[in-house]
Design a protein around this ligand. Structure first.
Ligand SMILES: *[C@@H]1O[C@H](CO)[C@@H](O)[C@H](O)[C@H]1NC(C)=O
Ligand SMILES: *[C@@H]1O[C@H](CO)[C@@H](O)[C@H](O)[C@H]1NC(C)=O
Ligand SMILES: [Ca+2]
Length: 337
């Protein structure tokens, strides 16, 4: 009983809690964290973090891109991270002059094999190896469909800004024109632009379970975004954050990154299961996560013809059945006479 009360208190008191009854402890790892006053970042080689592209450090933030066209910037940890279970709390801010949907492109948080590579995926290279969590602020796919005078089926519509997670294995590309839909692991809407209050993203990786939550309403509450078991990420990758602007822009600001080591109790079985070393990132049963990748469902015409042919088929079966039956009863009658 005390244990449950204790757990309940933990739920209220800390954003980090265990959702399946296991107790966890968390330790802030300063060497993988980034917070004010950003000492030495971008100027000193002794800093744990390195800047790239148009990223700039000010007193209040690491500005990954300014609100100007065609910029990209990033900040990358210099040290690979060998923690098995971790939690990353990201304090960020996206703001700019652009009206809704006239801003872009977004911000990304990374845990990847590669580091310091510029590129088209929110300021990182395509075909990355590891985890990317994107705060995508521009609906490329919707604009494309609009231009073609096509519409979404309601089931597949996503509301932007949209938070999305992807696991890359070095050969999978991020489909920018479709906002990453073909490789989406899960995601959620997040109205994060031009807010007065603080906005946070939370990424937890525990026992191969990837959980993303957001706190963007100024209520100090974590809202579920995605929660996926069976995510296999190797150890020894680098944390980073990046952002990109194109024709449309925004200030993409990183205020802090806080990495917590989680100590998790594992059963013998779990330990054995996780013993084998992971070499390439992957997700178990990835096909089950993407119900709508193949097609946008049946069109009205397709439904009509399917129904029509089903009815014709049924009719044919009945006719055949009747014919057979009459033959059968006739032959029975013949036998009687
Ligand atoms: C990466 O994933 C794709 C799609 O799931 C797969 O076809 C490919 O073999 C994988 N590559 C590696 C190196 O595992
Ligand atoms: C990513 O991988 C795909 C498939 O292997 C390849 O066609 C594409 O050129 C690669 N893109 C980059 C930027 O390396
Ligand atoms: Ca986009």
């Amino acid at each position: 009983m005390m244990r449950w009360i204790h757990l309940a208190l933990l739920l209220i008191a800390r954003p980090c809690f265990s959702d399946d009854g296991h107790e966890m402890e968390e330790f802030l790892k300063r060497e993988y964290s980034l917070s004010k006053p950003y000492q030495g970042i971008g100027s000193s080689g002794s800093s744990h973090w390195e800047l790239m592209g148009d990223a700039m450090v000010t007193i209040d933030q690491v500005r990954l891109t300014p609100d100007m066209q065609s910029k990209q910037g990033a900040v990358w940890s210099r040290m690979p991270c060998h923690l098995k279970d971790w939690e990353l709390q990201v304090h960020f801010k996206i703001h700019g002059q652009g009206k809704k949907n006239l801003n872009g492109d977004g911000l990304a948080i990374w845990y990847t094999k590669e580091r310091m590579e510029p590129g088209p995926v929110f300021g990182n290279q395509d075909n990355f190896t590891g985890l990317g969590v994107f705060v995508d602020t521009y609906p490329n796919e919707e604009k494309y469909l609009e231009a073609q005078k096509k519409r979404y089926t309601p089931r597949s519509e996503r509301i932007f800004p949209y938070v999305i997670a992807m696991i890359g294995n070095g050969t999978i590309s991020y489909d920018h024109d479709r906002d990453g839909r073909p490789t989406e692991l899960g995601g959620c809407n997040a109205m994060v632009r031009n807010l007065k209050h603080d906005t946070f993203l939370f990424i937890r990786y525990v026992r191969r379970r990837l959980t993303v939550m957001i706190d963007i309403d100024g209520q100090h509450e974590w809202r579920d975004c995605l929660d996926i078991p069976g995510v296999r990420l190797p150890e020894g990758y680098y944390f980073g954050a990046s952002a990109l602007t194109g024709d449309l822009s925004d200030n993409h600001d990183l205020i802090s990154l806080k990495l917590y080591q989680l100590t998790v109790l594992r059963s013998k079985l779990e330990e054995e299961e996780e013993e084998e070393e992971i070499k390439v990132p992957s997700v178990d049963n990835v096909d089950l996560l993407r119900p709508y990748t193949t097609n946008e469902g049946m069109s009205g015409v397709a439904i009509f013809f399917t129904a029509l042919f089903s009815m014709l088929g049924l009719f044919l079966l009945i006719v055949v059945g009747l014919v057979l039956y009459s033959h059968w009863s006739e032959s029975r009658r013949k036998r009687f006479y």
